[in-house]
Write a protein that binds this ligand. Structure first.
Ligand SMILES: [Fe+2]
Ligand SMILES: [Fe+2]
Length: 349
């Protein structure tokens, strides 16, 4: 197995080579002038200070070649959230912060945390759509954190690429690809988008409604950019204070997008209300059934299902059948006929 290393300093290159050369065939180059000549790479490790604009520019310049590598581990210098988000926006599939141990790095490469290094079982168009989607969700988070403008059109474009991939290759291929190659919030948003598209297609929704649905799914959790990572990525149960903090994300997302003229009222509504339940027990506005639109109902079911089947390092991945049973066990909260219609998507597609 071979690994390509790119770093912004000779010192980092040599440390990484030493860590990996006993297990892998290593090729390496400096970031400044990097060109990724090989086209058969399964894994790449990139060590760079992402507070340096030249490094970001150099990574953007090779983004096309980078996207063809299935596993892209970024090793960044600071723990600041903006750097982490920036790494994902530049195409990372995994992010580690320096100083990293040999064990941590090997764990990411050898797949002890789940996603396989081999990319054979997922389609390349699926992987490409997932990479574009993750990078565009990360770019939105980065824009929120840095106070810059959100690129709505490119996010919708990424959503449309996901819709194409799901309708061509099926939902199972999409779930495999995303769970194998993406982490955390990006994985979640990509899963929700794929599930929502497939649900919309199975319901026979008009093209324009499927477009609304994938756009809403891409944006739905943008308010999580305002939630501290320690809470957002906390393994296991949240305490009351943490849960209350998490529950601010739909209204935060609404506030982030409400002045944006490229965001339609339907998307805004879905961002704010995707955690509402028909019986009024949801948040943030405790809406009743009469105030919850069809798009939101479809998105909410897709969101819960996707959250249940996510791949997390600290828990086994829940089978689709079990996740569907949980949806069935939420009477009064979700629209019953819609949950029944979702069966085919959840189990078979
Ligand atoms: Fe949410
Ligand atoms: Fe969500």
């Amino acid at each position: 197995m071979s690994v390509h290393i790119i770093a912004d300093t000779h010192a980092k290159l040599s440390v990484l080579r030493t860590m990996l050369e006993q297990r892998y065939v290593i090729t390496s180059e400096l970031l400044n002038g990097a060109n990724i000549r090989r086209s058969d790479l399964a894994s790449i490790v990139i060590a760079a200070d992402l507070t340096v604009v030249e490094n970001i520019a150099a990574l953007k310049a090779i983004s096309g070649k980078l996207a063809r590598v299935a596993k892209r581990i970024f090793l960044i210098d600071g723990k600041e959230r903006l750097c982490v988000v920036q790494a994902y926006a530049l195409g990372a599939t995994h992010v580690l912060t320096n100083p990293v141990s040999q064990q941590q790095l090997l764990a990411k490469l050898t797949d002890s945390d789940g996603p396989a290094i081999s990319s054979r079982e997922s389609t390349s168009s699926g992987r490409e759509a997932a990479s574009t989607g993750a990078a565009s969700i990360a770019a939105m988070f980065s824009a929120v954190l840095s106070g810059s403008a959100i690129d709505v059109m490119s996010t919708k474009g990424a959503g449309s690429q996901i819709a194409e991939s799901v309708s061509e290759n099926g939902l199972s291929d999409w779930l495999t690809t995303v769970r194998r190659h993406h982490e955390g919030t990006y994985q979640h948003c990509l899963l929700v988008t794929g599930v929502a598209v497939d649900f919309g297609l199975s319901l026979g929704l008009a093209k324009v409604d499927v477009e609304r649905l994938y756009s809403a799914a891409m944006f739905h959790d943008i308010g999580k950019a305002r939630i501290p990572l320690a809470v957002l990525d906390k393994p296991g149960r949240l305490d009351d204070r943490e849960r209350a903090l998490i529950e601010t994300h739909p209204a935060a997302g609404y506030d982030i997008l409400k002045e944006n003229s490229a965001i339609s009222p339907e998307i805004l509504d879905a961002v704010r209300h995707h955690h509402e339940y028909l019986d009024g027990s949801g948040y943030p506005d405790a809406l009743g059934a009469e105030s919850i639109s069809d798009i939101v109902r479809v998105l909410t079911i897709s969101d819960i299902f996707a959250a249940l089947i996510e791949h997390r390092t600290y828990k086994p991945t829940m089978p689709r059948q079990k996740a569907y049973e949980i949806l069935l066990g939420m009477p009064g909260k979700l629209e019953r006929p819609l949950v029944h219609a979702f069966r085919e998507v959840a189990l078979n597609r």
